[in-house]
Design a protein around this ligand. Structure first.
Ligand SMILES: [Zn+2]
Ligand SMILES: [Zn+2]
Length: 536
């Protein structure tokens, strides 16, 4: 069993791992790199993903940093199955096409600039059409069902509590008569997150990929966080100002809608305009309503009591550009929720341009802001940021509310891993910025004595199983017969030498101890060797 770390290591984006069992190859996640030029270059060279040779892609969830390169791989010849939950397929349908649209716009912009500089045209990474085409390869799996994917490979998807449809993936691999279990935590959610169920608890495993986005941080409680948000909104109302919330279209937006709905249902907030300004978020909210089987008990109870937690009085959806522009003409105090969540694309940039410089406005950051994004610069206290070629002063109140995060914090991650009882568990710490992953890996090692490792990009490893055996299997398929003989003889030679060394050691020991049980075992070996000799 071999693995290659293709992304989401020592960084939060581009999640992808290549797994190989003999000639069978597959990926777990196939995410896009985002937020940093050097990393984004990797999106263009997908040759290491071996698109044509892959049998399937197991997809933990719909976020672009996990799914965003699937259209690119289909373009490069991937014809296997993408296996994920139904809600993930529904979300990918809108999110990948949205991503294709962004890629087209990006290329158009580059080309306009390039033309003036006399450069050749560049094609987009992939188009909306490519994204649409890739959907035909998706196949759904129910949570908890065990799916046999190939000889000696079974998988099961369990709740990850991160976004709608998100999963932890368990993979059982049989090799050399032994079965081992590999687990990908995917992105793990907070246990008190509304709407969706909490992450499933797992206890057994041999190798674990564990995310570490917030491996160094503790979130405030949900209750404290919602109270903080309420106060911010009340203050904005008192000053006739606006609250701007950059939010990922999926999950964070619905979480905010749910939370604002709770304020209004409880009467702690008057009915004020709440703008959801992101066509993707509007589609995602519809998908949420269609996948209510993924909801937690509290949300199901609300639904059966006749309340729709995703529909609240005062909510206004802006679908068109005109509707989006009209928001900034509304003089009333209100709330604007818009994407992208890291402020580096989309309509949120217009709202930031409109509000960042206003002292009375409030900007509320609720999601993870990757290095290199505009959102990160705002959080880090930049005095100005560049938007649409203009330098905009940052004078508004900036708030960061970690408690709305879709990721477990350090305590949540440690709690989750504490249930594993195999002392031999090997842990690959991934999906985190380098320093954070390294620190968290050390912490896990100190607390649970599990062997931890923070892999590098493109690093390869052999999991349980002798490297040579894996090589031999490869040889069987790829090499011409004469070379197969050569490799096989070398292997026989090595095995014979190893056996000689063992026998010598045994002989020495046998001169010192006279153990009857051992004698019988050696008799058995001797008989087998004679048989072998005859066979040869
Ligand atoms: Zn995610
Ligand atoms: Zn992620």
């Amino acid at each position: 069993m071999k693995v290659e770390f293709l992304g989401g290591v020592r960084t939060v984006t581009g999640s992808a791992t290549l797994l190989e069992k003999g000639s069978l190859k597959w990926l777990v996640d196939c995410g896009m790199f985002q937020g940093n030029k050097e990393n984004e270059e990797r999106n263009w060279n997908v040759q290491p993903y071996q698109a044509k040779a892959l049998s399937f892609i197991l997809l933990t969830h719909a976020h672009i940093d996990h799914s965003g390169l699937i259209p690119k791989l289909v373009k490069e010849g991937f014809r296997g199955k993408v296996i994920c939950t139904k809600a993930t397929v529904d979300l990918c349908e809108v999110m990948l096409q949205d991503s294709g649209h962004i890629q087209e716009m990006e290329a158009e912009w580059q080309n306009r600039k390039g033309k003036r500089a006399g450069k050749d045209e560049v094609p987009p990474l992939y188009t909306m059409e490519d994204a649409e085409k890739c959907l035909r390869y998706f196949q759904t799996v129910n949570y908890d069902d065990i799916l046999q994917l190939a000889d000696g490979v079974k998988v099961r998807f369990q709740d990850a509590g991160h976004i709608l449809g998100s999963a932890i993936i368990e993979i059982w691999v049989e090799e050399g008569g032994q079965e081992k279990k590999i687990i990908f935590s995917g992105d793990l959610g907070n246990s008190d997150q509304p709407i969706i169920r909490d992450p499933s608890i797992l206890e057994e495993g041999d190798v674990l990929w564990l995310e570490s986005t917030y491996g160094n941080r503790l979130h405030k409680t949900r209750e404290e966080t919602t109270q903080e948000l309420l106060k911010i909104i009340q203050e904005a109302i008192a000053h006739q100002a606006k609250v701007v919330i950059p939010a990922f279209a999926v999950e964070r937006t619905q979480d905010i809608i749910y939370t604002l709905g709770q304020f209004i249902r409880k009467g702690s907030l008057p009915s004020i305009p709440i703008y959801i300004d992101s066509p993707l978020a509007i589609s995602a909210t519809e998908i949420f309503k269609r996948n209510s089987d993924c909801f937690d008990q509290e949300t199901k109870d609300l639904l059966s009591g006749g309340e729709n937690p995703l529909e609240i009085p005062g909510i206004l959806y802006a679908q068109t550009t005109e509707e989006s522009k009209a928001i900034n003409e509304d003089p009333r105090p209100g709330i604007i929720v818009s994407a992208s969540g890291m402020c580096d694309a989309g309509r949120i940039q217009h709202h930031l341009k409109h509000h960042l410089w206003r002292e009375e406005s409030h900007i509320v950051i609720i999601g993870y802001q990757a290095e290199g994004t505009i959102g990160r610069r705002i959080v880090d206290g930049a005095k100005t940021v560049r938007l649409f070629g203009e330098e905009i002063a940052v004078k508004a109140h900036i708030h960061t509310l970690g408690g709305f995060s879709a990721h477990a914090d350090q305590k949540g991650l440690l709690d989750w891993i504490s249930h594993f009882h195999n002392p031999q568990l090997e842990v690959f710490v991934n999906h985190g910025e380098e320093e954070i992953s390294l620190g968290f890996a050390q912490l896990v090692n100190e607390q649970f004595h599990f062997k931890t490792m923070v892999p590098h990009w493109r690093e390869k490893k052999v999991l349980f199983g002798v490297e040579e055996k894996v090589m031999l299997e490869e040889v069987k398929e790829k090499l011409p017969p004469e070379e197969q003989f050569f490799v096989l003889f070398r292997h026989l030679d090595r095995t014979y030498k190893k056996l000689r060394r063992k026998l010598k050691r045994e002989k020495k020991r046998g001169e010192e101890i006279y153990d009857l049980k051992r004698l019988r075992q050696l008799e058995e070996v001797s008989k087998k060797l004679e048989e072998l000799e005859e066979e040869l």
